[in-house]
Design a protein around this ligand. Structure first.
Ligand code: OAD
Length: 246
């Protein structure tokens, strides 16, 4: 994989980086890959857990059919994440509020690594594995404070079943999350799309909205995606290597 040198980043993009006020960064699983978080797709592969494609175990249907299995899958993911730390891509993005007066960080990730790196006010389109919520009364919990050895943890308030506070296939996004991201996409001058296969909607429509409103669209990814041909620039390589160069 060729490393992108500063010279390979066009003058137009370098200039825009110095003059832009309003910037949106949309991230996906690839931004956390160098921290050790497995991506769902990429390299011609699709993630499987205990023989189940992730779209099956991470689905609204599975929540109805086998809630303990959904908890087991998210406990597995949390245990993995507990040992991981942000990488250079997360820390670079966390420093950008010093450069851009209107920076929006929109993520599809549920790992909390942007916040661990210091990013504030991250728009989480797909929730967060470190939160749980009650089916019955909607009370929210920090998963670290729950006894996740139970097959299904119970709500302290009403005794109802808790579920991971993440968006599963077949579910709506959290109220307001897409609207905030779409607003930011409409006003940004530069939209950086980092480490996403850009196939899951509505998240994948954010760059389309930005481009449609005149933003410069830049992709950072070692592989091409359905978005690549639509971009003003494609920086081919790893987020942790490319973002610090910007
Ligand atoms: P994917 O796993 O679909 O895509 C990860 C992308 O990251 C691929 O395009 C890889 O080429 C790229 N990639 C890998 N290593 C990278 C690196 N070091 N630097 C930059 N890019 C790298 O992840 P998402 O697009 O985030 O949704 O997936 C979208 C949604 O699908 C997820 O949020 C999740 C999943 O189902 C839900 O769980 C609702």
């Amino acid at each position: 994989m060729p490393v992108v040198e500063p010279a390979m980043i066009s003058k137009t993009l370098r200039d825009l980086f110095h003059t832009a006020n309003s910037v949106l960064v949309l991230t996906g699983a690839g931004v956390s890959a160098e921290s050790g978080v497995p991506t769902f797709r990429g390299g011609g592969q699709s993630a499987v857990w205990k023989g189940m494609p992730f779209e099956v175990i991470s689905s609204a249907q599975m929540l109805e059919r086998d809630l303990p299995a959904v908890w087991e899958w998210f406990n597995y993911r949390r245990n993995l994440l507990a040992q991981l730390t942000p990488n250079a891509a997360h820390t670079t993005i966390a420093n950008w509020p010093c450069r851009f007066s209107d920076l929006s960080v929109v993520t599809q990730n549920v790992d909390g690594l942007h916040q661990a790196a210091g990013s504030r006010d991250v728009i989480e389109l797909h929730g967060n594995v470190w939160r749980a919520r009650c089916f019955d009364c909607d009370a929210r919990y920090n998963s670290r404070e729950l006894n996740c050895d139970e097959a299904v943890p119970s709500c302290f308030d009403c005794g109802g079943n808790l579920r991971p506070d993440v968006v599963l296939f077949g579910e709506m996004l959290p109220p307001g999350a897409f609207e905030r991201a779409a607003d930011a996409a409409q006003r940004c001058e530069l939209c950086l799309v980092v480490g996403t296969s850009a196939v899951v909607y509505p998240a994948a429509s954010i760059p389309e909205i930005a481009k449609g409103n005149g933003a410069c669209l830049v992709e950072v990814n070692p592989e091409r995606t359905p978005l690549s041909d639509f971009c003003d620039e494609v920086l081919t390589g790893k987020a942790g290597e490319i973002l610090p160069l910007l």
